[in-house]
Ligand binder design. Structure first.
Ligand SMILES: Nc1ncnc2c1ncn2[C@@H]1O[C@H](COP(=O)(O)OP(=O)(O)O)[C@@H](O)[C@H]1O
Ligand SMILES: N[C@@H](CCOP(=O)(O)O)C(=O)O
Length: 293
């Protein structure tokens, strides 16, 4: 059985903890019954011993599998990871979502996507990453009485995401600690109005509005100070054709959306100016988590 799940970019500027989209950068796992437990890792995280010995995917998978079947069976897990760890591209959501989907699928149980999403909430309580990881596309999501309420829309083919991935990680937990404890009424009204405008721009495909609507007072400036070069990445991206440039999730990646035509030039310019950062030109993912038996 093979399960794949896309990377995600959460917040999209003002939509703190509620907006997110899925990118065509994937983690895949192949799982086979085996006489012994074994793990092999390729790609991102393959030189991290913790991911071999104490893998979050394996422990979530085992929790669900054991609860579901009351059986103790061994599996071989082969991981092919494209999502960099702790760079604000939803690596932890990808693990949570794919582990839950796998535990049910290996027993032949077909789980609705909404069910996977709500089970994932126990491990990740903000819905802006888990929703696009499960559903794909652009998503507006909130949690009400332990259920994710969301609206999802496919992303069109005419846009690309040019992501700039720094060589240093920022853990989501630490990055949340950099945020203020309280916000003023002005900041709250600012983010409410920009987040609404940005959502309307995505839903109506009004791409010229992205530049205006992607402003934020809640989190980016506090987090980007942890890596001040990110302000320069944002400025360069906006000068060189990006329709919007925002911190991806809790950082450290910057997400730049642009038209297909502008994407190669924008990526080249960012590579030249920030040679120590990784620049990838990505399509969007509109499928979310996938299981192939
Ligand atoms: N491919 C993976 N396999 C196992 N665990 C992973 C993997 N990717 C991420 N993780 C877990 O998630 C943590 C990163 O979570 P977090 O800081 O929220 O980063 P991100 O912003 O990428 O979601 C890692 O320290 C690790 O525990
Ligand atoms: N809304 C969350 C999103 C965290 O995304 P991640 O990809 O960095 O885990 C936040 O801003 O903390």
């Amino acid at each position: 059985m093979r399960v794949s799940v896309p990377a995600t970019s959460a917040n999209l500027g003002p939509g703190f903890d509620c907006l997110g989209l899925a990118l065509n950068l994937k983690n895949q796992v192949i799982i086979r019954p085996s006489k012994f437990h074994s793990v092999s890792l390729k790609g991102e995280g393959s030189n991290n011993p913790v991911l071999k010995d104490n893998n979050m995917f394996v422990s979530i998978f085992n929790d669900f599998y054991n609860n579901l079947t009351q059986k103790r069976r061994f599996f071989r897990f082969e991981f092919f990871n494209e999502i960099p760890l702790s760079r604000g591209l939803g690596s932890s959501s990808a693990v949570i979502v794919s582990a839950i989907a796998s535990a049910y699928a290996i027993e032949g149980i077909k789980l609705e996507k909404e069910k996977i999403l709500n089970l994932a909430l126990a491990y990740e309580n903000h819905p802006d990453n888990i929703t696009p990881a499960v559903m794909g596309g652009f998503n507006v999501a909130t949690v009400q009485e332990n259920e994710v309420k969301f609206i999802n829309k496919s992303m069109p083919r005419g846009l690309k995401a040019v992501v700039v991935i720094p060589n240093r990680s920022i853990s989501t937990q630490l990055s949340r600690k950099a945020l203020p404890f309280k916000y003023s009424k002005e900041d709250a009204v600012f983010n409410l109005s920009y987040s609404s405008l940005l959502t309307a721009a995505f839903m109506s495909e009004n791409w010229d509005m992205l530049k205006h609507a992607s402003q934020d007072m809640f989190h980016q400036k506090y987090r980007m100070k942890l890596m001040p070069e990110l302000f320069e990445v944002q400025k360069t991206a906006l000068q060189k054709g990006a329709l919007m440039s925002t911190l991806s999730g809790s950082g450290s990646t910057m997400l730049n959306l642009c038209s297909n035509e502008d994407s190669v030039a924008l990526a080249e310019r960012l590579k030249e100016k920030f040679p120590h950062f990784r620049v990838l030109c990505l399509d969007f993912d509109n499928s979310g988590v996938k299981v192939e038996l």
